[in-house]
Design a protein around this ligand. Sequence first.
Ligand SMILES: [Zn+2]
Length: 332
Amino acid sequence: MRFIRVLLLAIVIVGLSSWGFLVHRTSTQLAVYQLPETMQHFFYDGMDYLVRYSVRPDQRRNGDPSEGPKHFIDIERFGANAATAMPLDWNSAVARYGEDSLKRNGIVPYWVINQKEKLTEAFRSGNRDSILFYATDLAHYIGDANVPLHTTENHDGQLTGQKGMHSLWESAIPEIELASYSLYEAHEATYLKNPEEAIWKAVREANALLPQMFAMEKEVSKDFTDSTKYRYQMRNGRESRSYSSAFARAYAQKLAPGINQQLLKSGHLIADFWYTAWVDAGKPNLDGLLKAPATAQGRSAWAQELISYKTNQLLQNKMLRAREKQESGGGD
Ligand SMILES: [Zn+2]
């Protein structure tokens, strides 16, 4: 039991900086099932890679100072109505705010478009590794754009006496609640006529969830004392405070189905962006890029997974890769 607790804690710590590893990986996997048949074999072939490395951009932050701003946008810093008033494209945004200001306050919606263009180029080039690389990174940034706390300067609740909200919402609660989540919602990858608008819509909708998230934390806190609401532990020789599991559970119940809904939305939008990049590249034939030609066995495994997905049984059937193959969360 103690081991499991330590393990969970490790996952939570590692996943502090964006959707926890579990949710990034899960939403990336779900997106594969939503692709049209013409794309499915290639993406299924690359699914282990896509899922495993969907957290790579977070790992990159440690060694690359330019990486951080690609994961968030502190919208308020761009003005009161920025969520609806900011230019949708990078060049207009630079003209209005300057590049320094944008990079200081986060650029996630613009970076999603940048990565979508890279993926389109990769599809055009027909380079298997490039396609997988950019599809994976793109999935990560789309996931981040759907996390409400990635769209505000109060990103950890630190400005409102609610420090710790970040990992509570995107890591601790999904880790505890995943088995009760629905991992299926009918959606087929859809062509995005205006990808900029699509990613901004996601940012706005995530941002709109914030008032309720903060208010609910205060509401649920009424049923807790300091010693039941928080847990204290030593980290790097210093005592640190985070929300207790009991609080996480109580808070999650009040939010339902908030986090689950954002997870599903992330998956849908990832599928839409992958599909759009492929269409924009001229719908190249991907079957020639498979490592080995699809076998009957491979097709049957895929069919099984698809059924498990559509009946919301991926977890029970041990097909959720985030749970089956990367349990430790941060080792790669
Ligand atoms: Zn991130």
